[in-house]
Write a protein that binds this ligand. Structure first.
Ligand SMILES: C[S@@+](CC[C@H](N)C(=O)[O-])C[C@H]1O[C@@H](n2cnc3c(N)ncnc32)[C@H](O)[C@@H]1O
Length: 208
């Protein structure tokens, strides 16, 4: 029942925001090498808004969506006072849809805060200013490990508070214990669980 309400809310918000980001797109229809990569499916708007609002972000915060798909989360996050927003995806097709959505939904002056990039998560290097990292279960296995190694690198390079929002951490939970520098700070139950982690450079193991 709650899921049905979420889907109706998604459809209403999509009309209000003038975006088209609904539906499931199988990853194998988007990229040739898809091992470890997950399908496109957008975040629930109600769940995303609730969790992100409670982070109380400021203009100093920089948002990163790992696997931004058609840009729904970026458009929603841009309504909060983030100084900058970054989204990347492995699919050209989805990024094209994200560009169109951003163009339709956001006025000039707001959309310039958003940077989109075509990139595989394994090649992405987290900027030293990034502070709120968003994952909606985009990949698993080696890709997840490479991404968390990069976050660790970025934290060592510039120690700072970083919050990681994991929407449906089913795969991440299997390896979560390997990252002693993360602490669960909030947990929500929506269609899928959403967990907010706080990352601390002070808890990183000493570099060999
Ligand atoms: C569940 S969707 C989430 C979409 C968006 N973040 C949202 O919340 O609406 C997962 C996304 O991750 C992308 N993805 C999967 N594997 C990836 C990889 N290796 N590098 C970058 N993006 C990837 C998919 O193309 C898809 O758009």
């Amino acid at each position: 029942m709650r899921v049905a309400v979420d889907r109706v809310a998604d459809a209403v918000f999509e009309r209000l925001l003038r975006i088209r980001s609904g539906g499931l797109v199988p990853i194998e229809s988007l990229v040739r090498q898809w091992e470890g990569c997950h399908d496109y499916f957008p975040s629930s708007i109600r769940a995303f808004n609730r969790v992100l609002r409670e982070l109380n972000v400021t203009g100093d915060d920089v948002f990163v969506d790992y696997g931004c798909g058609m840009g729904r989360a970026l458009v929603l996050a841009s309504r909060l006072p983030f100084g900058r927003l970054i989204g990347f995806d492995v699919s050209h097709e989805l990024l094209q849809a994200a560009r169109a959505n951003i163009q339709r939904a956001l006025p000039a002056g707001t959309r310039e805060r958003i940077t989109l990039a075509h990139c595989d998560a394994r090649a992405f290097r987290l900027p030293e200013t990034a502070s709120v990292l968003y994952f909606y279960n985009p990949f698993h296995g080696d890709i997840l490990q490479a991404v968390f190694a990069d976050i660790e690198r970025s934290l060592r390079q510039r120690p700072r508070p970083v919050r990681i929002v994991f929407n449906n951490p089913a795969h991440f939970q299997l390896v979560e214990a390997e990252y002693g520098w993360l602490r669960r700070s909030r947990e929500y139950r929506f269609e899928y669980p959403i967990v907010v982690y706080e990352a601390s450079a002070a808890r990183l193991p000493s570099a060999e």
